[in-house]
Design a protein around this ligand. Structure first.
Ligand code: DP6
Length: 344
């Protein structure tokens, strides 16, 4: 009987503190970025393959159901990956995927989805060809391939604080794959929480890919690249020293900068809502009044990520419940996690 290959991985999403915004051909980022790999927001993907000599066939299921749009995207990712996984040109493939967070909750799912898919295919490669023997080579290939599918997914392959993009400050850094940060992070910022406040759960009106493209001829392109490099350097210094005040300044500057870049693109657009502003203004005021280490970041959407260290959890949670609740629809508590997990 034909051998059947099977692999299953769960891979978390990540939230960027220094943002990847703008890319060169082949998914090369215009600037280095840095993120926290999350714990609760994960995609679990099972890949099985058989009859590897038969013509290529894909059966894709999302939460147990056929989904034409997702299936098309996966098919095109697999085509891009054929060059790196020769066995992907043929065979009968079944891919099943599910998210731990509600679908269309407004949480970026491409990072976790493409991370889980890349890891599963690396496992299949290892099973078929016996390659990728070290965890280093395995993770590097998974990160490289995840990047080709969705840039930010490159960072989800590693736990903790992860950098992607060439930087003098990060050992083994590359534009082609992410690298876990090897510095001694100050204990006060070693484990950060991310309370995700879903302001709007509708699909975005402009995709991140379209947003990246608008950076190609953006009048502030060079300044943005310089700003991101400076912020990347400074945030690494803050993570080493534990200076949360400076950390907040950088993280919020990054969030507002990418949204300003969207607003100053041609054509311009904005993904922010009145409630996003209400929430971020209240966070600023709460921090100033109470001297509590808490700040916010935004991904390419209206939802707010409230970032804080564990020692102020109670105060921040109670602030969210009492003062922010009217302005968001759903709440997804998350925190830094231990990275992807192989289940099969
Ligand atoms: C604002 O990784 O979603 O979240 O490479 O086109 O798939 P593609 O874009 P994507 O962009 C993420 C943009 C961001 C910032 C970040 O995660 O660094």
């Amino acid at each position: 009987m034909e051998k059947k290959y099977i692999a299953q991985w769960s891979c978390p999403s990540n939230i960027a503190l220094v943002k990847y915004w703008g890319k060169l051909p082949n998914q090369i980022p215009m600037n280095p970025s840095l993120s926290l790999t999350l714990k609760n927001s994960v995609t679990t993907t099972t890949v099985s393959a058989q009859n590897l000599n038969a013509p290529f066939e894909l059966n894709y299921l999302f939460h147990g159901e056929h989904n034409a749009a997702f299936s098309k995207r996966i098919q095109s990712v697999l085509e891009t990956w054929q060059e790196h996984f020769p066995f992907l040109k043929n065979g009968q493939w079944r891919i099943e995927s599910e998210n731990s967070f509600p679908h269309s909750a407004g949480i970026a799912s491409s990072a976790s989805a493409m991370g889980a898919l890349a890891l599963s295919l690396c496992s299949i490669e290892h099973e078929i060809l016996g390659t990728l023997n070290t965890s280093e080579s395995f993770q590097r290939k998974a990160s490289y391939l995840a990047r080709l599918a969705s840039g930010s997914a490159a960072r989800s392959i590693y736990p903790g604080i992860v950098s992607w993009g060439t930087s003098e400050l990060v050992e083994n850094s590359s534009d082609e794959y992410a690298t876990p940060l090897s510095i001694d992070v100050h204990p006060s910022v070693l484990h950060l929480n991310d309370a995700i406040l879903i302001v709007d759960d509708q699909p975005k009106k402009v995709s991140s890919s379209a947003g990246h493209q608008l950076m190609n001829n953006h009048p502030y392109r060079n300044n943005r690249i310089e700003q991101a490099n400076n912020n990347h350097k400074s945030i690494i210094e803050c993570l080493t020293s534990g200076d949360f005040q400076q950390f907040s300044t950088i993280v919020e500057n990054e969030a507002m900068s990418i949204h300003s870049l969207m607003m100053s693109s041609t054509p311009w657009y904005s993904l922010l809502h009145a409630n996003t502003f209400e929430i971020i203004n209240r966070i600023q005021y709460f921090r100033a009044q109470n001297n509590i280490p808490v700040c916010f970041t935004l991904d390419a959407g209206p939802n707010v990520h409230v970032i804080y260290p564990p020692n102020v959890k109670q105060q921040v949670e109670s602030f969210i419940q009492t003062e922010l609740k009217p302005f968001f629809k759903k709440y997804q508590p998350d925190e830094m996690g231990n990275g992807p997990e192989q289940l099969k």
